[in-house]
Ligand binder design. Structure first.
Ligand SMILES: Cc1ncc(COP(=O)(O)O)c(C=O)c1O
Length: 344
């Protein structure tokens, strides 16, 4: 199956910009560094979810959906962008958030309100021993709500947090095609793409794109923001194999094509680290580009460290994927890390 034949509703503005980080490249005197701006995808402050939602919502429309249900963390970028994209298609969104309802909504949660989320249901973290259990309970609550809505005559469509693995894979394989075209126009080709890795859907798609469109010659480096590298690698392999089967493509997935580092998570998901703060401030101050504290900040901390350790000695051109997440900079849980230690 050709990528272009899979149902997709186009919601973003493409191609998203690809720009060279000239000051950054000069400072490291090594490979040229580029940034792929999926934060500028043209939708409600952007991010990697838009490309994925284009496949998810095409499936929703084909099923005559009346309401979308999705879930995520209190400060979920995925939930914000699902509401925004569903709005464009005239669909309501019900959100299930893991967290305790704050008195004052900030960051993404504020935007969820402005975007007119139909309902928010809270799943209290205190009731679960581990993050995994909490995540599972949140997804189960979404499925229960779908049942309730079905009984009331609605036709709900449930989008898992981060979208279905197949939709993510197709979306980011498409992004690789876009990057290749943009670099080819400059007479260049990417040697490495670096991305934040959460559910690993984005990375799966980038590896798929490298295998499909670049003979596997683009090294895709994932920087975990929560999970263990081994768990994520297994997930990526499973999801890649599913995507290849779906496309009817018979290519082996070499184990070295799945590369994930979990050294930059710090104490846990969405918990700020000094290296994240350094990375966010570094890019802001050298290039005037803002990263987010939960995903791209930690991914950039990984890229900086790997560069310093000489991990990209053979690379000429490195692309850092900006997957969005900017509203989290303004979240009450994140903002203090940037001012608490600074004199006013
Ligand atoms: C800003 C941002 N970057 C990266 C990711 C990670 O993407 P994935 O879940 O596909 O690994 C997310 C997912 O929530 C995100 O919101």
């Amino acid at each position: 199956m050709q990528l272009g034949k899979i149902p997709r509703v186009r919601l973003g503005e493409y191609p998203t910009p690809l720009a060279e980080l000239q000051n950054f490249s000069r400072m490291f005197r090594g490979p040229r560094l580029f940034i792929k701006r999926d934060d500028l995808v043209g939708f409600a402050l952007g991010g990697n979810k838009v490309r994925k939602l284009e496949y998810a919502l095409a499936e929703a429309l084909s099923q005559r959906t009346t309401v979308v249900i999705t879930s995520g963390a209190t400060q979920s970028n995925h939930v914000r962008l699902t509401i925004a994209c569903a709005n464009r298609l005239g669909l309501r969104t019900v959100a299930v958030l893991r967290g305790e309802k704050p008195d004052v909504p900030t960051g993404n949660l504020l935007l969820d309100r402005i975007l007119g989320v139909a309902e928010i249901h809270w799943v209290n973290p205190k009731e679960y021993a581990t993050r995994e259990e909490l995540v599972r309970a949140t997804e189960e609550r979404a499925l229960e709500l779908a049942e309730e809505l079905r009984r009331r005559g609605e036709n709900p469509y449930v989008i898992p947090n981060g979208c279905k693995p197949l939709h993510s894979a197709l979306a980011y394989a498409g992004c690789v095609m876009e990057i290749l075209e943009q670099m080819r126009a400059m007479n260049l080709a990417p040697d490495v793409i670096v991305t934040a890795c959460g559910t690993a859907g984005t990375q799966t798609g980038l590896v798929l794109g490298s295998l499909l469109f670049a003979q596997g010659q683009i090294r895709v480096v994932g920087i975990s923001v929560s999970g263990k590298a081994e768990t994520l690698k297994e997930r990526i392999r499973r999801n890649l194999e599913e995507a290849l089967r779906f496309l009817g493509v018979n290519i082996a997935v070499p184990s070295q094509s799945i590369e994930v580092y979990d050294d930059y998570v710090g104490p846990g998901y969405a918990i700020p680290t000094p290296e994240m703060r350094e990375a966010v401030e570094f890019l802001a101050r050298t290039e005037g580009i803002l990263l987010d504290p939960v995903y791209t900040g930690k991914a950039m901390a990984g890229l900086l460290d790997l560069l310093r350790r000489g991990a990209f000695k053979d690379a000429k051109n490195i692309v850092f994927l900006h997957t969005g997440g900017i509203p989290a900079l303004f979240a009450d849980t994140q903002a203090p890390v940037f001012y608490a230690q600074l004199p006013l």
